[in-house]
Ligand binder design. Structure first.
Ligand code: PHE
Length: 517
């Protein structure tokens, strides 16, 4: 079958932005900024996006375009083209080092997994990285869908106007009440389960029903609409009394708030938000025509994604400060602040419904790319072993197992009360990486350890195995007029080869306590 190409750069950019822009921008970015020192976090985050995230994104697109595979096996193919076993040795070394590190903090499950990884890397090289990507996308979807479920619940609440229909009550009271209500809501897993099931079903339907093209078309209209709506909410939020403090909190870095942990959180958030480290962008890149410039495309996706995150921050923090909420409240932050803002708007219920609905669409385009990633690896691997596995069957397997795995997050978003035995097991498996409930633990593992790890592998593959000289030629468009200035290419090369790998390694070593800064 002939491979389709993106008819225009715009189509490509919008589709990649569809995967990138999601709950990571609007739900996670504000609360991460809130718990990690506001402006300081934002500043480090921007550095991470532009110095490390975007170069890695270009590398993923490049791998896709060079190998023309829409599968994760593209990584193996790049190694093959490069005909070098150097990268394989580095991989084994990294996996071995990870094993020692995890054993030293008593994370026995991860130590075991690293051992298996080391053996797999020795035998199969970069092709085995596909499994890591599949496991990561599977794990991320299992808790991403829980947050998606919260959005479903909030669409319901705004439709029935439970939080906007409060006359004569001040925004401060609404905020306090909605924060308490959010706490009560997540403490009741059965209710959370309903939203989770609806969100998973939507994701499954998009992939199974083959309506991805349709949803992308819809999101081309709804994504810009989401931006417009964010602007409306910002206008309301910054005009609340005492809102300015929130803007300062978000944009002004302070040296006192700086710590190595902030760098790790910002780096993880950058990869999460840009959908990197899972080779999803490889698939997108495989459809990119030769006459399109990868640097341009990646630049645009990065700018749109960052803009969405900053706008979300500007929509949330002024309200948070105006109504006196705690900016470091964690995952529930937007569910306390947004209802308060909407409650003070004329026709608040309508704005709220529209906002949460568009957020849901943005979340579904992202979760669909996660489910697709798991399913693709399953199909590819099963085919390799001559087992018959149709696309349909792979998607069903991914969907069902992921829904089951998601139950763990559903039943432990408040605390471990419902799963005391699981808690013991998790502590044994993950050692000191266990943080609060399962939901937080998994998010920490995937975003702050998993994604940077796979991004590191991709940077090493392109920077050292494939080589930046060859890569630079392929990064360019065949149409010279579309090419970016030369210094940008040089900067890209330096980042992939040096900055990204060194920074990621330093973050790992510092966070595991082996290196003291
Ligand atoms: N980038 C998406 C978001 O910000 C989440 C995501 C992560 C999607 C990784 C795909 C892969 O919501």
């Amino acid at each position: 079958m002939a491979r389709e190409n993106w008819t225009s750069s715009i189509g490509f950019i919008l589709a990649s932005a569809g995967s990138a822009i999601g709950l990571g921008n609007i739900w996670k970015f504000p609360y991460m900024a809130g718990t990690n020192g506001g402006g300081t976090f934002v500043f480090v985050y921007l550095l991470c996006v532009f110095l490390i995230g975007l170069p890695v994104m270009c590398s993923e697109m490049l791998i896709g375009r060079v190998t023309r595979r829409n599968v994760i096996n593209a990584l193996g193919k790049i190694e093959l083209i490069s005909s070098s076993t150097f990268g394989r040795n580095i991989l084994c070394f990294l996996a071995g080092a990870a094993m020692v590190l995890f054993a030293s903090i008593h994370a026995w499950l991860l130590a075991g997994a690293s051992l298996i990884g080391a053996v797999a890397f020795a035998r199969k090289g970069f092709a085995a990285v596909g499994w890591v990507c599949a496991i990561l996308s599977f794990a991320i979807l299992s808790y991403y869908a829980v947050v998606g479920g919260w959005i479903v619940e909030y669409i319901w609440r705004s439709l029935t106007a439970t939080f906007t229909d409060i006359e004569g009550v001040t925004a401060i009271e609404v905020a306090k009440q909605s924060t308490a209500e959010f706490g009560a809501y997540t403490a009741n897993p059965w209710r959370v389960l309903i939203g989770f099931a609806i969100f998973m079903a939507l994701t499954g339907a998009v992939i199974l029903g083959g309506i991805q093209a349709g949803i992308e078309r819809v999101s081309k209209i709804l994504m810009p609409a989401l931006f417009v709506l964010l602007l409306v909410v910002i206008v309301r939020s910054v005009t609340l009394p005492g809102a300015w403090e929130g803007v300062v909190f978000l944009l002004k870095p302070t040296a006192a708030a700086f710590s190595p942990k902030v760098i790790m959180m910002a780096l993880g958030q950058a990869f999460f938000s840009l959908s990197l480290g899972m080779a999803i962008t490889v698939t997108y890149g495989s459809y990119l025509k030769r006459d399109q410039s990868i640097l341009h495309a990646a630049g645009w996706v990065g700018i749109l994604d960052t803009l969405a995150a900053l706008l979300a921050g500007l929509a949330i923090f002024p309200a948070v400060f105006s109504v006196g909420l705690d900016p470091s409240a964690g995952p529930g932050l937007i569910f306390g602040a947004l209802p308060a803002t909407f409650a003070t708007m004329p026709l608040g219920a309508i704005w709220a419904t529209a906002f949460f609905f568009m957020l849901l669409i943005a979340a579904v385009t992202s979760s669909a790319s996660l489910l697709e990633c798991t399913a693709t690896v399953l199909i590819e691997r099963m085919r390799k072993h001559h087992k018959r596995c149709t696309r349909r069957c792979a998607v069903w397997i991914a969907f069902i197992t992921c829904s089951l795995a998601g139950l763990l997050s559903v039943f432990s978003t408040a605390d471990w009360t419902y799963l005391p035995c699981v808690e013991k097991g998790v502590r044994w498996c993950l050692g000191s990486l266990t943080q609060g409930n399962w939901f937080d633990t998994l998010d920490n593992l995937c975003s702050n350890w998993g994604l940077p790890f796979t991004a590191l592998i991709i940077a090493l593959l392109i920077g050292w195995v494939y080589g930046t000289r060859r890569a630079k030629i392929n990064l360019l468009s065949s149409d010279a007029s579309k090419n970016p200035p030369k210094w940008l290419l040089t900067a890209w090369g330096i980042s992939v080869k040096w900055i990204a790998p060194v920074a990621i390694l330093i973050v790992f070593l510092t966070m595991s306590g082996l290196l003291k800064l």
